[in-house]
Design a protein around this ligand. Structure first.
Ligand code: NAD
Length: 488
């Protein structure tokens, strides 16, 4: 049985949401969610079985025709209500996230952006449209955009409620029904958000939510014959496994938002060096470095490298880890022990390959929390592990360059291509760089996590497949049908 957790005086017991009912796993199995602040058990949560996953998909399939047949404004009304409930319960969601993956209350914006996305999609139904044409003589032709049917959404742990909302909202407004599987590292806030789904008025079976590990429930969704589209955000390793399962079963339509190793490039003519330092420090320490677009590779033009690195290290050294529930905490612990140990092993490898300029320590022994000091390396070889692999922690390397051609070659010499940033006053150079960088996103004179509100988001190369964001997300959840009508 799952256990209860007390949030500011309210008892909450996480359950699976299948066909409008809150249930335990079919075999009553659970797993523990560990508080990364101190290693204690926050709560135990149902581990969805294959049977539970099959039941959730069957419920979604049964509910889909009626959901798709509704007036789209009625679908939108459920999304809008869910948005307002997420806003109302933000303090609870923030607390649950703090005790499962360590995000500080002060940095908890996931509920706000989740609600914004739900609001947007609640009114986006007029965009569900095909095209018509009279270019075939003797015929009128048209395309219809129609839902896939059952859509699965598999989400990561670094911004769970945001991914839960943004993926489901686009799928639901277009007339699909969904099964969302949360991450085993951070299932609590999503489980709480699932209690708001019934309050928001979604009919049973339309919006199902499972907690559990990748295997069995995630893998079961990836290989399920009745799941017609799957939207995944997570590691490149898992993305490949999901794509493989889809290829081996029903060739479901898969979109993948995967990892990154994003370069930030600072030229000697950066408009404001201090601002470039602040932006690139935030760009690798936000969420304790656990975000896909972290600028974990910084390239600085040699003429300003000493000045930049000195200011960078000073800035980094001022960041202190602390209890995510405290109002003054700027950086929380890593999400769990696995993350903690993985990051420390990268730091050890970095000490062998480059020069440690700041940080470099974990603090598990003294605090019992999975804290890691923001860590800066410099002059690491381009082929070293810490320059090539995604670390997903507060670790950055600073290397230098002389010319634009040299830094483009270095920045692009990676299998990733999610986000890149450039700091320069020269507009022509900024545009040359924007064109040359192999990346789904290029930021000029700002860095991650800065994004445009209505731009597509997604990766080049191994960082993903497909684009998400506003209308781009809706596109993934609709099939296109061509209709040809012969005229008399
Ligand atoms: P992960 O791949 O370990 O897990 C993601 C999800 O996949 C979880 O729900 C997990 O249970 C599930 N999963 C694991 N094995 C599975 C399997 N065999 N079949 C189906 N599902 C399976 O990733 P994570 O550790 O949760 O997240 C961190 C990664 O996500 C990083 O690489 C990060 O860069 C990436 N990420 C990317 C974006 C983006 O938009 N591009 C955003 C956030 C995170």
């Amino acid at each position: 049985m799952s256990t209860t957790v007390n949030v500011n005086g309210i008892e909450f017991q996480p359950k699976l949401l299948i066909n409008g009912e809150f249930v335990e796993a079919s075999d009553k199995a659970t797993f523990n969610v560990i508080n990364p602040l101190n290693g204690s058990v926050s709560c135990s949560v149902p581990e969805a079985t294959e049977d539970d996953t099959n039941r959730a998909v069957a419920a979604a399939k049964a509910a889909q025709p009626a959901w798709a047949a509704l007036d789209p404004t009625a679908r939108g009304a459920c999304l809008k209500k869910l948005a307002s409930l997420l806003r109302e319960h933000k303090p609870t969601l923030a607390h649950l996230e703090a005790i499962s993956m360590g995000v500080p209350l002060t940095q908890y914006f996931h509920a706000d952006i989740a609600a914004e996305e739900l609001d947007y999609f609640s009114e986006a139904w007029p965009h569900i449209q095909g095209q018509s044409s009279i270019n075939t003589p003797g015929y009128v032709t048209m395309t219809l955009r129609q839902p896939f049917g059952v859509v699965a959404c598999i989400i990561p742990w670094n911004a769970p409620v945001f991914f839960f909302a943004v993926k489901a909202a686009a799928a639901l407004i277009t007339g699909n029904t969904v099964v969302v599987k949360s991450s085993e590292k951070a299932p609590l806030a999503v489980a709480f958000a699932s209690t708001l789904i019934t309050q928001a008025g979604f009919p049973p079976g339309v919006f199902n939510v499972l907690s559990g590990h990748g295997v069995p429930s995630g893998r079961c969704l990836a290989r399920h014959m009745e799941v017609r589209a799957l939207s995944f955000t997570g590691s490149s390793r898992t993305g490949k496994l999901i794509q493989e399962e889809a290829a081996k079963t029903n060739l479901k339509s898969v979109t993948l938002e995967l990892g990154g190793k994003s370069p930030a490039i600072v030229f000697e003519d950066a408009p404001d060096l201090e601002a470039a330092v602040a932006a690139t420090v935030a760009g690798f320490t936000l969420n304790a470095g656990q975000f896909c677009i972290a600028n974990s590779r910084v390239y600085v033009q040699a003429s300003i490298a000493e000045k930049f690195t000195k200011a960078f290290v000073k800035h980094v050294s001022a960041i202190k880890g602390g209890d995510p529930l405290e109002a003054t905490t700027g950086m929380g612990p890593q999400a769990d022990e696995i993350q903690y140990k993985t990051i420390l092993s990268y730091i050890e490898s970095g000490k062998q390959s480059g020069t440690l300029a700041a940080g470099g320590n974990g603090k598990l022994d003294s605090t019992k929390g999975y804290f890691i000091e923001p860590t800066v390396f410099r002059d690491s070889p381009e082929d070293s592990k810490i320059v090539r692999e995604e670390i997903f922690g507060p670790v950055v390397n600073i290397n230098t360059f002389e010319t634009e051609e040299e830094v483009v070659a270095k920045a692009n010499d990676t299998e990733f291509g999610l986000y890149a940033s450039v700091f320069t006053k020269d507009i022509s150079r900024a545009m040359r760089m924007a064109k040359a960088l192999e990346s789904g996103y290029v930021a000029v004179n700002c860095s991650s996590p800065t994004q445009g509100r209505d731009l597509p988001f997604g990766g080049w190369k191994g960082s993903g497949q497909g684009r998400e964001g506003k209308l781009y997300s809706m596109d993934h959840f609709m099939e296109t049908k061509s209709v040809v009508i012969k005229l008399d």
